[in-house]
Structure formats: structure tokens, C-alpha cells
Design a protein around this ligand. Structure first.
Ligand code: P6P
Length: 284
């Protein structure tokens, strides 16, 4: 049986996506402020954030809104907590490359562990606007047009044995990786094709389609890596695990990582089970 607040959130994201996509064209200027993670904001980040709060928080059954762009969690009564990255990969806009919107729907007060997720979605603003959405029953890819969502791929499943199209993409600089991760990456050079775009959503969509692995690992300069748990690692990890793949923070599922702060970072490794299992062995 479908979960109505989750369905209503997916509908609201589909309705809002065209406006966010349009703002990626119009609002590319940099803001004077930085986001709570100390990263540059473009006007589209701020606009999309306000729009999503306006559309999501009033939904019956939604009680909290958190965002990459906000210091504080916004409360609006009882219900699920929604954590969003309004424009993931906004630094890609200047070069006309892919960006996306990520969200997680938690049956718990935020900040919350990924194990309390009841739904997650990621929108990709590519040649088409698509949304991969996971709930407790399945993973579905939708084409988003005119504010509506049309299922174009049911029961999305990460290939267990990638064929020659399998991909890998790892963030951070090679000298900043830990040696055991560097050795693991060298192994994959002989098995998979390098695909790394600078926007997690674009890279994850390749992994969901062709199989392989995406990672933004722990770095020597940043032991928790770069990506945030609440609105990047958890939602994408939930989608990948619902699609028959795995996620890992290096030693366990990302969804098992305790959440102490909305903006806490986490090492992210997501993809085909075999490659994530091998990653954990390599880091052990
Ligand atoms: P780097 C985008 O800013 C993001 O949060 C993810 O979407 C992406 O995977 C990563 O950061 C890119 O980081 O260090 O390669 O620019």
C-alpha cells in the first residue's frame, strides 16, 4: 500500500522541477553568502530552497524541512522530516553540465539515520528532466514534464554484473585519497569505464543504469569526505539499496551511520554490491 505523504512529496517535487530547471538558466550568479557547509551559493540554490520549503512543508504528514542551504531545521507541525539538496552540482551550471535535486523523507525527527527513511528521490536536469524515486516498495524512474510525473522505468535495478558499459567515478584528488583506496581505484581502472561529472546525481544515474560504483571517499584532508549524510549520502544510499545495490560509509551501510548534525559529512561509496563489498575489504 502506498504511503500518501511520500506520494504527495513526489508529486510536489514533480510539480516544482520545471521552475527549478528554469531557474538554473536564469539565476546563475553567485550569492554573497555561503551555505552552512562553507560552499559558494548561486541564486538558483537559494530560489530552489525557498520554493521547496513552500511546496513540501504544508503537505499533510510532513513536519520538518531541512536543507543544504539552511543552518536550521524548519518545523511545521507533526509528521515526516524532509531533508533536501535543492540544487546538487550547482557549480556545474556555469559550464552547462548536469545538476539535480536530492531529497530524503525520514520517519523521525531530523537529523536522522538513513534507516528511518520511508522514501527518497533524485531529480536530474539533463537533456530530459527525470526523477528516480524510491519508497518501501520499489524504485521507479519518472519523466517529469509540465509539472507531472510519468513512469518510464519500473523496478529500477542496479546491474549485478556490469557489462562493458559499467562505470566508476571517484571524487577528490588522487594524492588526497588514502593509500588503500588508491590501490582499489587502480584495480577498477582495468574493469570499468571512468565517468565523473562533478554532480553526484549525474554519476549515480550512470551507476543505476550500467552498474559499477560512485564514491566520494574519506580524504587525508577531510576524514569524512565531502558529501553530506542527511541530503546526499542517505537518500542516494536508500535508492541504491532499494535497487538491489549497496551503500557504504567505508565499513557499514551509509543508512546505519548515526546522525548528529544536519550538515555532517560522510564518506560515500554507492553501487553494484560486488564493488562495494570489495571496497570495504580494501579499506579493512
Ligand atoms: P568535487 C556537488 O557540489 C557535490 O556535492 C556532488 O554532487 C558531487 O559529486 C561533488 O560535490 C563534486 O565535488 O570536489 O569533485 O567538485
Amino acid at each position: 500500500m502506498s504511503n500518501q505523504p511520500v506520494e504527495d512529496v513526489f508529486d510536489a517535487v514533480a510539480e516544482t522541477a520545471p521552475e527549478i530547471r528554469n531557474t538554473l538558466v536564469e539565476r546563475v550568479g553567485f550569492e554573497s553568502e555561503e551555505n552552512p557547509s562553507g560552499e559558494e551559493q548561486i541564486a538558483a540554490d537559494v530560489f530552489a530552497d525557498r520554493l521547496l520549503e513552500e511546496r513540501l512543508l504544508p503537505i499533510d504528514g510532513i513536519g520538518q524541512y531541512a536543507s543544504e542551504e539552511r543552518d536550521e531545521i524548519v518545523s511545521g507541525g507533526e509528521g515526516y522530516g524532509v531533508a533536501v539538496d535543492p540544487v546538487d552540482g550547482s557549480s556545474n551550471i556555469q559550464t552547462n553540465n548536469a545538476a539535480g535535486t536530492i531529497l530524503g523523507i525520514y520517519d523521525a525527527d531530523l537529523p536522522a539515520r538513513g534507516e528511518t527513511l520511508v522514501g527518497a528521490a533524485c531529480v536530474l536536469y539533463g537533456p530530459r528532466t527525470t526523477m528516480i524515486a524510491a519508497d518501501e516498495e520499489s524504485v521507479t524512474e519518472y519523466l517529469l514534464e509540465d509539472g507531472d510525473r510519468k513512469a518510464v522505468r519500473e523496478n529500477v535495478t542496479i546491474p549485478d554484473e556490469p557489462d562493458d558499459h559499467g562505470v566508476y567515478g571517484f571524487g577528490g584528488r588522487v594524492p588526497d585519497w588514502h593509500e588503500d583506496f588508491r590501490a582499489y581505484a587502480r584495480e577498477l581502472e582495468h574493469e570499468l569505464r571512468l565517468r565523473y561529472s562533478g554532480a553526484m546525481i549525474g554519476d549515480i544515474n550512470q551507476v543505476l543504469t550500467y552498474g559499477g560504483i560512485f564514491a566520494y571517499p574519506a580524504l587525508q584532508s577531510s576524514p569524512q569526505g565531502k558529501l553530506r549524510l542527511q541530503y546526499e549520502g542517505n537518500p542516494i544510499g536508500y535508492i541504491a539499496e532499494a535497487a538491489g545495490g549497496r551503500s557504504s560509509a567505508g565499513d557499514r551501510s551509509i543508512l546505519a551511520v548515526s546522525a548528529d548534525d544536519v550538515h555532517q559529512r560522510v564518506p560515500v561509496h554507492i553501487g553494484t554490491t560486488e564493488y562495494v563489498d570489495r571496497l570495504e575489504t580494501a579499506l579493512d
